[in-house]
Write a protein that binds this ligand. Structure first.
Ligand SMILES: Nc1ncnc2c1ncn2[C@@H]1O[C@H](COP(=O)(O)OP(=O)(O)OP(=O)(O)O)[C@@H](O)[C@H]1O
Ligand SMILES: [Mg+2]
Length: 268
């Protein structure tokens, strides 16, 4: 719809060929170093700050020498998580827990013997049951010490790790970083660069509309994307090729955006 209306060859804000933003790139570089030396890295961030996009970039970073088996589905028991991990290593997933563990340990050592790096990554690690995380940690203790475990999570993981009962996990962390929210100017640049990517004129958003998009996004990339895309849909509906305040405001009147605003005003 947007493509046809604006005469575009690609959808604005699509995820193909996404390039990391400078602060994501900086974290990726640090993770790359830790993948060489091994450790436990934790990437924390609010929903929609670009953690999973960063994870995808780590997976693609050096496919020949850096293996990044990913667990995305974290609301599972330890055994199911093991099977997901076996899948990520392209290993047989059948059999009892101990057999899956043995297979994973053998594969980790085989990767090490080939001189390759290994960085198992758990996305949305805050949703993983802490005991399952502890059991995974014990499993990874039997991996070659050169492996780098990466946990990507929202803030509740930090709260869990701050408990003294979880000191065994916290004390192993070699690097942690918070993916920050974007400052208004950076978020503005992000929106304009996304217009560039889709070969759309910057004037597609009026100055007022752009300012409102930035303000309402509160520094969050996903919010900025969704709000901008919905505003473009409104422009299609209104048969205009310019997004102005009426388009953005009509999106912001939708109940879920109002709920977001209420939450921003009173986070408690
Ligand atoms: N470098 C980037 N370039 C373009 N868009 C980006 C970039 N990083 C993030 N985004 C946009 O922000 C959205 C949210 O990013 P992502 O899914 O990585 O957030 P997240 O931090 O993993 O959130 P959650 O904690 O909810 O899983 C992406 O779908 C994408 O549209
Ligand atoms: Mg994510």
């Amino acid at each position: 719809m947007i493509r046809a209306h604006f005469g575009l060859e690609r959808d604005p804000f699509d995820r193909d060929g996404i390039a990391l933003l400078p602060h994501q790139q900086e974290v990726l570089e640090t993770l790359r170093v830790h993948c060489h030396q091994g450790g436990l890295c934790v990437v924390i961030g609010d929903p929609g700050t670009g953690k999973t996009v960063l994870k995808d970039a780590l997976v693609r970073l050096d496919k020949k020498r850096l293996h990044v088996p990913v667990v995305n589905r974290t609301m599972h028991t330890y055994h199911s998580t093991l099977r997901i991990l076996c899948e990520a290593f392209a290993l047989d997933t059948t059999g009892r827990t101990i057999r899956c563990e043995r297979r994973l340990i053998d594969e980790a050592h085989a990767i090490h013997q080939r001189g390759h790096m290994l960085a198992p990554l758990i996305d949305d690690a805050h949703l993983l049951d802490i005991d399952a995380l502890r059991r995974l940690r014990l499993l990874f203790d039997d991996f070659p010490p050169s492996h780098n475990l990466v946990l990507v999570a929202q803030t509740p993981l930090l709260h869990a790790l701050s408990l003294s009962t979880n000191d065994d996990l916290r004390s192993r962390i070699t690097y942690s970083v918070r993916l920050r929210k974007l400052a208004p100017d950076d978020l503005r640049d992000f929106l304009l660069s996304e217009l560039d990517r889709a070969a759309m004129a910057h004037s597609t958003f009026t100055d007022d509309a752009l300012a409102l998009l930035v303000r309402s996004s509160a520094g969050l990339l996903r919010r900025a994307r969704n709000l901008a895309l919905s505003s473009l849909h409104e422009a299609v509906r209104d048969r205009t090729r310019t997004v102005d305040l009426p388009q953005v405001n009509s999106v912001l009147l939708q109940p879920h955006w109002q709920a977001v605003r209420d939450l921003d005003l009173d986070p408690n």
